[in-house]
Design a protein around this ligand. Structure first.
Ligand code: SF4
Length: 325
């Protein structure tokens, strides 16, 4: 069975962007692959080093969301990066062989510096983020990394680091491949990318009432300033959610209604909102059950950490011999 490694930074409650951007893809992968899903808390520190207080709670909250969506600890390893100290050792060794220009030219690095304006990210740790990510993947001899097309350059960088390592020290690591997944665009309420830090997110833990209130206010095509003005669905952020949630007949109905001003925006959004609420209901039900038994989530993490540590110890023994340490 091939191995998949993926993870998420524990930056708070998960939202629809996480659901469609990662979790909906992770759940079916558990059937065909040996999966490692990591709570990437050291990664969170690369940008949020000044406020680590909530990392512990955010990690537990995030894993509660993962389990509620359908990650299965019987089939997958769910572990917390910072509890497997071998990641730090491998990160150090990989950093020895990674040329600085490889990191400086990384497009995500420049983009993040722009996006997270207001945080001082001119740190050694932030520049080395992709090296830590490479360590996470190769620690478990990951064969595939599920990503959307915009994340593919990160995996390419891991492949380059692996090739360089194997060239110096022998064939220790497989070159991980990109498992390209279709990731639908999930705009936030204001039309920008959905993100907790933009305050434009619909959280998986929002109640049906909150979901309805938030999505009813979601930005639409500005051409529809008045009810009788026709609009263009492709220019409407809310319509991106219709594309994810609605049936072809519903899409057809709202598209025509929008272009002819036959329906109002609220009526149009209601068609999509009912699907969102229906999708979140079983997730919420499971979360409530986990919230009543928080020790269960801690147990899942403790068990996953043990399995991950075992594999990480094996890998590092091989690595130390290869490097001659
Ligand atoms: S009618 Fe629907 S698709 Fe058209 S602008 Fe309003 S919400 Fe968007």
């Amino acid at each position: 069975m091939q191995t998949i490694v993926s993870g998420m930074r524990p930056t708070g409650r998960l939202h629809l962007g996480h659901l469609h951007g990662a979790l909906r893809n992770w759940v079916p992968l558990q059937k065909d692959y040996r999966c490692y899903f990591l709570v990437a808390d050291w990664h969170a520190l690369t940008s949020d080093y000044a406020s680590p207080q909530s990392l512990q709670q955010s990690s537990v909250d995030m894993v509660t969301d993962w389990l509620s969506v359908g990650l299965d600890p019987q089939r997958s390893v769910i572990a917390r990066q910072s509890q497997i100290k071998q990641h730090a050792e491998l990160h150090l060794l990989l950093s020895m062989i990674t040329p600085l220009p490889w990191l400086e030219r990384n497009p995500t690095y420049k983009e993040q510096i722009r996006e997270l304006e207001g945080k001082d990210l001119s740190t050694y740790g932030f520049l080395g983020y992709p090296v830590l990510q490479a360590a996470d993947i190769v620690m478990y001899k990951g064969n595939k990394v599920p990503v959307g097309v915009d994340q593919a350059p990160h995996v390419e960088l891991t492949r380059e680091i692996v090739r360089r390592f194997n060239q110096f020290y022998g064939p220790i690591f497989p070159e991980p491949e990109v498992l390209l997944t279709q990731i639908p665009k999930v705009p936030g309420l204001d039309g920008r990318k959905m993100s907790k830090s933009y305050g434009n997110a619909v959280f998986l833990s929002d109640s049906p009432k909150e979901v309805e209130q938030k999505l009813s206010r979601m930005m639409t095509d500005p051409a529809r300033a008045r009810r009788q003005d026709p609009g263009e669905p492709e220019k409407c952020p809310a319509f991106q959610l219709h594309k994810i949630y609605c049936t072809p007949e519903e899409i057809d109905y709202v598209s025509k209604g929008c272009r002819t001003a036959g329906i109002g925006c609220l009526e149009c959004k209601k068609v999509m909102i009912k699907h969102v609420i229906r999708e979140l209901a079983p997730i919420e039900e499971k979360r409530q059950a986990y919230e009543k038994r928080p020790a269960d989530v801690e147990d899942v993490l403790a068990a996953g950490n043990r399995v991950a540590q075992e594999k990480a110890s094996e890998t590092m023994e091989e690595v130390r011999v290869a490097v001659g340490l």
